[in-house]
Design a protein around this ligand. Structure first.
Ligand code: NIG
Ligand code: FE
Length: 415
């Protein structure tokens, strides 16, 4: 390794990687062999074929240097749709569903989301933070270095705000970059006189109180939840307050979510299990990202979202866990990549792009995370296989190590 004065000092060098896969700055999928990656202060300074990287960088005395010729590397995963802050359990409901009860039926009877609302309101912010920290720590061990976390189980100003603060505190404690989303229109709380009355409460109180704690606003536009007419003023007001817009769209039925999202310039439409050809075409013609959540479809025994049709029509597609206690108790984006390959008919490369660069864009973090390139956060998933595609191939894969903000944490192998 050269010692010329132009060498850049680095505190992390991952060297001799068998393969390194990433979407490059031009948006093209790239696989490098015999690669290296170097970072300083949590930021990548060089990535490429190892001889090129080693010509430009010099590890400092106390740098972490990993040489793993049998390993591969992919960008830290970006889970852009989770409900990781919540209390209580829905195991009872799960078992009822095994005996034939329906998810929407349980919700209509006061269970479902409302049962998690009761538990979340009762828990208090400290317990919510502790629960979310444990979940995010596990997600990080499984490769997620950036996660979006929604509120939506408080449905009053103080609990929604507590959920958003808990999400941020848990992210800091767990070493996961967290983006927060206010999901005030998730369900109508029991004390509200009607869905319309609750929308009024949200506009007058919950939204203005919680907007400073949130990066985005989301709503559940669905039969049995909220209509497009009810979501519109909420989304417009949220946009006025500077929040990005997200929609739970077409999970069970098409109720106008996609046209509303297009009209309001939302960042994403999420779910899409019920989206038909016109919706696919509208998404493809727009700037929206279609966030597909195959674990929710699998878990509720619903049709899979039309991810293949969306990609073939030219739409942007991202994948996420939808990690939540009711429809997707799944915290592994690697497992989602396997589902994407086997159920949504994505290639391994498409699944990786949809779990890294595409969701980063949904969160407005496209210049920051989701790629292995100079200037990006040093968030790296290291896999104990020379072929990076093990990430999707091995159902339930656990990374060998995960680097988040330049810091390596042990995964299933010791770094
Ligand atoms: O994304 N669809 C609405 N919200 C969540 C589920 C919430 C729950 O069942 O607790 C979802 O699937
Ligand atoms: Fe969701």
């Amino acid at each position: 390794m050269g010692g010329s004065r132009s060498d850049v000092p680095v505190d992390l060098l991952v060297d001799r990687l068998a393969t390194l896969a990433t979407v490059d700055a031009a948006g093209a999928f790239t696989v490098l062999r015999d690669a290296a990656l170097a970072a300083v202060d949590g930021r990548i300074v060089a990535v490429g074929p190892r001889d090129e990287v080693l010509r430009t960088v010099r590890p400092t005395e106390d740098a972490v240097v990993l040489e793993r010729p049998t390993w591969s590397a992919v960008p830290g995963l970006v889970d852009c749709h989770t409900h990781a802050v919540h209390a209580g359990s829905r195991i009872e409901e799960f078992d009822l569903r095994t005996q034939g009860a329906g998810y929407e039926e349980i919700a209509a009877a006061g269970g479902g989301i409302r049962s998690t609302v009761r538990a979340t309101r009762a828990a208090g912010e400290t317990a919510l933070t502790a629960l979310a920290t444990r979940r995010l720590e596990r997600m990080r061990r499984l490769g997620t270095t950036t996660a979006e976390v929604k509120s939506g189980y408080g449905l009053d100003a103080s609990t929604e705000a507590a959920m958003l603060r808990a999400a941020r505190a848990a992210g800091t404690a767990a070493g996961v970059r967290v983006s927060t989303t206010l999901l005030a229109l998730h369900a109508t709380p029991p004390e509200a006189l009607s869905p319309d009355a609750y929308v009024g409460d949200v506009l007058a109180g919950i939204l203005p109180a919680c907007a400073p704690l949130a990066d985005a606003a989301d709503c559940f536009l669905e039969r049995g939840a909220f209509t497009a007419e009810q979501c519109r003023p909420y989304l417009e007001a949220a946009r006025e307050l500077g929040l990005r817009l997200r929609l739970h769209a077409d999970q069970f039925s098409e109720c106008g979510a996609v046209p509303l999202a297009v009209e309001l310039g939302a960042a994403s439409v999420d779910h899409l299990e019920a989206t038909g050809p016109a919706g696919v075409a509208a998404i493809a013609a727009s700037d929206l990202t279609a966030v597909c959540l195959p674990a929710a479809a699998l878990y509720l025994d619903r049709p899979m979202p039309p991810a293949r049709l969306l990609l073939d029509a030219g739409a942007r597609v991202a994948l996420s866990t939808d990690f939540n206690p009711g429809s997707a108790p799944c915290d592994s984006l690697l497992t989602i990549m396997t589902l994407a390959c086997t159920q949504l008919h994505l290639s391994c490369a498409e699944a990786l792009a949809a779990s890294t660069a595409a969701p980063a864009r949904v969160l407005g973090l496209e210049g920051e995370v989701g790629r292995l390139a100079p200037g990006y956060a040093a968030d790296v998933v290291l896999l104990d296989d020379p072929d990076w595609r093990v990430a999707a191939y091995h159902l339930g894969h656990e990374p060998a190590a995960v680097v988040s903000g330049g810091r390596a944490v042990a995964g299933s192998a010791t770094a």
